[in-house]
Design a protein around this ligand. Structure first.
Ligand SMILES: Nc1ncnc2c1ncn2[C@@H]1O[C@H](COP(=O)(O)OP(=O)(O)OP(=O)(O)O)[C@@H](O)[C@H]1O
Length: 525
């Protein structure tokens, strides 16, 4: 793969998209353990998790903090550690992480320390609390550009799980004004495509900013019983675009002092009809000189122009699509003769090993509920999260998954992006993501499999294939990212186990990450 040298050059312009399935809630959170009972996936839990946050616009700060601490436990329960079975971890993830961070071809590599990035002492304290030792490449490259004064726009791209959230959160924390006249004024706004991601980002802001005494972070996500007229007074507001727009229009959110607008999963926010529209409208309600920051692992060609209009004259950090996959995620596929075989294979996979936590992605809510029902009937405790549940149900389900009470989550694309649960060691594409026209949707595939293999951890993705069309789709995906996918035989489960063992082992051994060119191309606006 071509290696990209860091390089200085030029920017562009862009625009928007809308809310969608992102918010209905969900389901039936059941306490869980995975199915079958043989091996275990590597325990990759190391550093602190930074997950999800709390509640709703009207929620009390204390409730938020307690919900946050719950949600931030990433599910690395002691029972998951050091289990024996399909693969025994051979060394601590800290060691692996430092090896990875020494490798200049790795997205986690950087030559700088956090101390060199010019951050306030109190913000550094937050970083130490999170036990981040070194910045990742995107953090190292993006932060100096984000912190320049006067502020400049940014379009930042980096592989899934490489720390984009901390990059934009640190910039926000560094720019907040806690003086008496400003302390109750919203100053930064982060928009995300789902309530789960918005809550997670809130959590990161709160943990990273914990040494900042007057910091207040508030959510703008749909709530069941919104307190009419309640004013948002947090300096940071994190939410979904539709609700945020409503709050501004109802004058519950004073946008006149907003100086930073971040769109996380920006390509999704700008691309989807509806979400994009709402993002544009929100932006129009903000001061003209707002610093616009767009982050995502993917920026497909069709959104780049849009993005460069939305964030004019941006500094950009981009990657080629051949460079987007994370080497720690081993991509496998299982060819199933029929749809029925798909379900049987799923059950066999769970029978094969005990899995830390896993997500099964399906195309429709109906399939999600059907698989949930069947797996529960067969004694597997699983939960399901789709857009049809209400917000509070969704919160319960995702929090239960984050803290490891439920370990198997069946989800639609609503959870494909951004969700960071470090114990997820397996992602199953029960249905491949498609573009609605019979072709693969490589971006969604990348985001889905990126729910595992977070920040140097090892993960496995298994796509279930049935028939020539889905075979063609997996081929399109493999070609798009220039990756090799390992085939699993559906009729020889001993072999499946052997292959999975082998790929996990090989990915551990190859902490060298030798794919040349995982570095970003930087363009200065
Ligand atoms: N410098 C660091 N050192 C150690 N861990 C880090 C560092 N930066 C981020 N992390 C951890 O890496 C994980 C992934 O970070 P994050 O969720 O920001 O990834 P991302 O790039 O936004 O991924 P995605 O594209 O999937 O949204 C988080 O658990 C975070 O706490």
């Amino acid at each position: 793969m071509a290696s990209l040298e860091d390089r200085i050059s030029k920017p562009q312009k862009g625009q928007t998209a809308g809310d969608a399935e992102a918010f209905n809630g969900t389901n039936s959170a059941q306490p869980t353990s995975a199915a079958g009972e043989t091996g275990s996936w590597p325990d990759e839990t190391s550093a602190v998790d930074t997950n999800s946050g709390p509640s709703t616009v009207e929620a009390k700060a204390e409730e938020e903090m307690s919900s946050l601490s719950r949600a931030q436990t990433d599910g690395a329960s002691s029972e998951q550690r050091g289990t024996s079975g399909i693969y025994e971890p051979s060394y601590e993830v800290d060691v692996q992480l430092s090896d990875l961070q020494k490798d200049s071809g790795n997205p986690l590599h950087s030559i700088k320390s956090f101390e060199e990035l010019g951050l306030d002492e109190k913000i550094l304290q937050g970083i130490y609390q999170m036990r981040f030792t070194k910045p990742s490449k995107i953090q190292e490259k993006a932060l100096p550009l984000l912190l320049i004064n006067p502020p400049q726009n940014m379009i930042g791209q980096s592989q899934s799980g490489t720390g984009k959230t901390a990059a934009f959160v640190l910039n926000i924390l560094a720019r907040l004004d806690f003086s008496d006249s400003m302390v109750n004024k919203p100053q930064a706004m982060v928009l995300a495509p789902s309530r789960e991601l918005a809550r997670q980002i809130m959590g990161v802001c709160q943990v990273m900013g914990q040494a900042l005494d007057r910091l207040k972070v508030e959510a703008s996500i749909p709530v069941e019983k919104a307190e009419r007229g309640k004013q948002i007074t947090g300096q940071i507001v994190v939410g979904t675009p539709g609700t945020t727009m409503d709050l501004i229009r109802r004058r519950q959110l004073d946008a006149t002092n907003i100086k930073i607008l971040v769109l996380d999963e920006a390509d999704n926010m700008l691309d989807q009809q509806g979400l994009g529209d709402q993002c544009i409208r929100v932006k129009h309600l903000l001061p003209r000189n707002v610093q616009v920051v767009l982050f995502s692992a993917t920026f497909p060609d069709n959104v780049v122009e849009y993005a460069t209009k939305f964030a004019p004259s941006s500094n950009t950090i981009t990657l080629r699509h051949e460079e987007l996959t994370v080497d720690g995620i081993k991509q496998l596929y299982l060819d199933c003769p029929t749809e029925t075989d798909k379900y049987d294979s799923l059950i066999r996979l769970y029978g094969l090993m005990t899995i830390g936590s896993s997500i099964i992605f399906v195309r429709t809510r109906k399939t999600a509920l059907e698989i949930e029902r069947r797996m529960n009937e067969e004694g597997h405790t699983v939960a399901c999260l789709t857009g049809e549940f209400d917000g509070s149900q969704r919160d319960v389900i995702i929090d239960s998954f984050r803290c490891g009470h439920s370990k198997v989550l069946i989800a639609t694309n609503v959870l494909a992006r951004g969700i960071d649960v470090q114990t997820v060691s397996l992602v199953i594409n029960y249905d491949l993501p498609d573009d609605g026209r019979g072709h693969a949707d490589p971006q969604t595939y990348l985001h889905r499999i990126g729910r595992t293999g977070r920040f140097g951890r090892v993960g496995v993705s298994i796509s279930l294939i049935t028939g020539p069309q889905s075979y063609q789709m997996i081929k399109e995906i493999a070609d798009y990212f220039a990756v090799e996918m390992t085939s699993l035989p559906h009729d020889d489960w001993d072999k499946v186990e052997t292959i999975i063992k082998k790929v996990i082992k090989s990915s551990r051994a190859s902490a060298d990450y030798n794919k040349a060119g995982k570095s970003a191309e930087i363009n200065m606006g």
